[in-house]
Design a binder for this molecule. Structure first.
Ligand SMILES: *Cc1c(COP(=O)(O)O)cnc(C)c1O
Length: 354
């Protein structure tokens, strides 16, 4: 359990680096750590969250952003191509961060294509499912997890993703997003605990204890950056107890249904367009027309302070995003939001005619 997805990605990339350095050193004992590190290259999507690029920045490593397809997903082909080019240039690919549910448009990288490539190339695959991960407790959304292979259908399954992970070396999602847990609470799984402990283990005398070698105690201090930990699992436990599996599934289904309701309102209005498939609680939409027009619309929506939208850029277009987030959001809020948006849009379009 961690505070944030950003920490999980950072820990994953640092563990992957440490693993690769040791591996390369086994073949080239004369190479120094610094020499090997200077050759390492990590990849992620051009749609990945900024925290992934930041993990590369903090770790001082190359993090290349890969192009995405028309659904804003990374495909196997783009990864294969860049690996070949980089290997030919003498670089060592060591890490790929896939996203299930990207921040701009909730796109899903193709794990079934990317996973086998990472596994064959010995590249650590981390999956950032910060937002979308919670939805996988609903069977109907589980196909989105294809390639991570979740077998069981009960809530306990959310604790066992990574044990069954076919391709991923680590996986992370934020119960503090769709799963109703208060910030902060981020759950990370690592396929081989030795990989992560091997990277961060420190054993000063003052932290030694009698059960160290017994295997009975998992020392999570080796898994993370801070030494101490908050008791985050307690609040997760309370939420699980309070809502139960069905309650949480209902909550997620409601968020998605509200997003779909908003999508159908947008589709009924010819002045607007939907910009990405609506899969979970996020709707990407815009006025048909220029980016400037949409920027002005967004400014007016947000400065009127009744609702707040955060925009994104998709394929060069300025896009508005409606995200259903609150537990208390109801259909009438969605309809009110849409009425508000269309009123501002009508006014704007009218002004533009004169
Ligand atoms: C929200 C989000 C993050 C950042 O989450 P933190 O827990 O605040 O670090 C990273 N990646 C994705 C895909 C997200 O949705």
């Amino acid at each position: 359990m961690r505070g944030t997805a950003s920490e999980a990605t950072l820990v994953a990339v640092l563990a992957a680096r440490s693993k690769m350095v040791k591996q390369v050193q086994a073949d080239h004992p004369e190479w120094t750590d610094v020499h090997i590190m200077s050759k390492l290259v990590a990849y992620t999507s051009n749609q990945a969250h900024s925290s992934v690029e930041r993990a590369g920045l903090i770790g001082g490593m190359r993090m290349k952003k890969l192009p995405t397809d028309s659904k804003f997903a990374v495909r196997g082909e783009s990864l294969r191509k860049v690996i070949e080019e980089d290997k030919a240039a003498g670089l060592i690919p060591f890490f790929f961060c896939a996203t299930l549910g990207t921040t701009p448009s909730c796109a899903f990288d193709r794990i079934t294509e990317l996973g086998p490539i990472c596994n064959t190339e010995g590249i650590w695959m981390h999956i950032d499912a910060a937002y979308a991960g919670s939805a996988f407790i609903c069977p109907e959304f589980r196909p989105l997890l294809d390639g991570v292979e979740l077998m069981t259908s009960n809530l306990a399954a959310i604790f066992t993703y990574a044990h069954q992970a076919k391709f991923a070396d680590s996986f992370n999602f934020n119960p503090h997003k769709l799963l109703l847990v208060n910030f902060d609470c981020s759950a990370m799984w690592v396929k081989k605990r030795a990989d992560i402990i091997g990277a961060f283990k420190m054993d000063p005398l003052y932290l030694k204890h009698d059960h160290q070698e017994s295997g009975l105690v998992t020392d999570y201090r080796h898994w993370q950056i801070p030494l101490g930990r908050r008791f985050r699992s307690l609040k997760l436990w309370f939420v699980l107890r309070m809502y139960g599996r069905q309650g949480l599934q209902q909550h997620i289904r409601k968020q998605v249904a509200l997003a779909k309701e908003f999508e159908s309102l947008v589709l009924e209005d010819e002045r607007f367009e939907i910009c990405a498939e609506v899969v979970l609680g996020l709707v990407c939409f815009r006025l048909k027309g220029s980016n400037d027009l949409n920027e002005v619309l967004l400014k007016r929506i947000n400065s009127s302070r009744r609702i707040h939208l955060v925009p994104c850029q998709l394929a060069g277009q300025f896009v508005l995003r409606l995200a259903v987030c609150a537990r208390t959001t109801e259909s009438r809020h969605i309809r009110e939001a849409w009425t508000h948006i269309t009123q501002l849009a009508s006014k704007l379009l009218h002004e533009n005619q004169h």
